[in-house]
Design a protein around this ligand. Structure first.
Ligand code: PLP
Length: 390
């Protein structure tokens, strides 16, 4: 055991089961550990390093901003924050942006906004937020309550009340829940990430959007994982021809620095007013300068490359030995394997490829700009791990 591993195990709270790898540096889609071994990164820090490790464009913008002005608080105007908000609104058609620091915080803000909207329009008893079974929305007391997986609900009771769960892709179930509760909003991931990399059906989402609009119930798209180019569109909802009232995002947005954002549409842009929400770090100039370099590069040509890489991975893995199914969208991919996913991840790691899991699947979230040669090399190693007879 290395000195670093020993120190970390001794002093960092025991909430993570780390792999026995000490990563010391990275370049693009390759990480290097303390023994000099290289790994192809098929996880990008759980969908965070959108342009890989130490991306030069991102690093230059971040370094420049850090040596110009790193923080002011939200009492003052700063340029990167305003520029990023404008860019996000221009690219999505959304109207306003609130900045925070993480996915859970973005969802907290989305939920607060939905409750305030419903309270203003219908009355304060209209606070229920409907979410989907197998969803994941975060680890705060409220976003744990929003998460539709029972095992997250047992240890920290009482959680925030006002959440109702319905099975995904069941339009009658969600309509019934909207009608039977005093409903403020329905919140969903277009592709359930932690829950097993499962895309929702387009017909379901469109029918849900129509019914929610009819009932003046808000649609909250949790794009913390699916956003910022991950699915081959700037935001995943754009694959489905729906327009959410609120979009929350984080992970890939900052390209490696902590930033979350909540985008508000026509109905919700004016809901929160002075003093009703805030964040000390939100809109931090360094994080926003990094995020600007990410969002600026997610243009049509780049996103079509993401789609092409996705098609390659799907076609290489579908029907391969030991692979039972492949799910997901863009470069957010779940593999159902004959062997246990954890064994495959371990073997890939030994062979120089870092993968993730989601429930019982192997999950891939490579940097969006991973070069095709590295992607092919990683997929070959993953395929041989899946096919191995044990
Ligand atoms: C990761 C994730 C979150 C939580 O984000 P944090 O930054 O860890 O708070 C919320 N929703 C979804 C869909 C996620 O994938």
């Amino acid at each position: 055991m290395g000195v670093l591993t020993e120190k970390d195990n001794g002093y960092v709270a025991n909430t993570y089961k780390r792999f026995p790898v000490e990563i010391v540096s990275g370049k693009g889609s390759v990480f290097t550990d303390s023994e000099g071994k290289e790994y192809i990164d098929m996880g990008s820090g759980i969908g965070v390093n959108a342009f890989g490790a130490a991306d030069p464009v991102w690093a230059e913008a971040v370094a420049k901003q850090a040596s110009t002005l790193q923080h002011t608080s939200n009492l003052y105007y700063t340029e990167p924050c305003a520029e990023l908000a404008e860019l996000l609104c221009t690219k999505t058609g959304m109207k306003k942006v609130f900045f925070c620091n993480s996915g859970a915080e973005a969802n907290e803000c989305a939920i607060k906004t939905a409750r305030k909207y419903a309270q203003d329009k219908k009355g304060e008893e209209y606070y229920t937020v409907i979410t989907l079974v197998n969803s994941f929305h975060g680890r705060t007391v409220t976003t744990l309550a929003a998460t539709g997986q029972d095992h997250f609900h047992t240890l920290f009771n009482p959680l925030t009340p006002g959440f109702v769960y319905v099975p995904a892709n069941d339009i009658e179930a969600v309509k019934k829940a909207i009608d039977e509760n005093k409903t403020a909003a329905v919140m969903f991931e277009c592709v359930q990430g932690e829950g097993g990399v499962m895309p929702l059906e387009g017909d379901y989402l469109r029918a849900l959007a129509a019914y929610a609009a009819e009932k003046d119930v808000l649609l909250i798209a949790d794009e913390v994982q699916t956003g910022n180019g991950r699915t081959g569109e700037l935001y995943a909802y754009m694959n489905f021809g729906i327009t959410p009232d609120i979009v929350s995002t984080a992970k890939g947005l900052g390209g490696g620095l902590p930033i979350g954002a909540v985008m508000f549409g026509e109905k919700t842009a004016g809901v929160l007013t002075y003093g009703q929400h805030g964040s000390t770090f939100g809109g931090n100039p360094v994080c926003c300068a990094g995020a600007l370099t990410v969002i600026k590069r997610l243009d049509k040509a780049f996103l079509s490359e993401v789609k092409a890489k996705s098609e390659y991975v799907f076609s290489a893995l579908k029907g391969a030995g030991g692979v039972e199914a492949v799910s997901g969208m863009g470069l957010m991919i779940g593999i159902t394997t004959t062997r246990p996913a954890a064994d495959i991840v371990k073997e890939c790691m030994e062979n120089g490829v870092l993968c993730l899991t989601a429930k019982t699947k192997v999950r891939l979230l490579p940097p969006l700009n991973i070069p095709m040669e590295l992607l092919q090399k990683a997929v070959e190693i993953i395929k041989s791990a899946c096919a191995k007879e044990v």
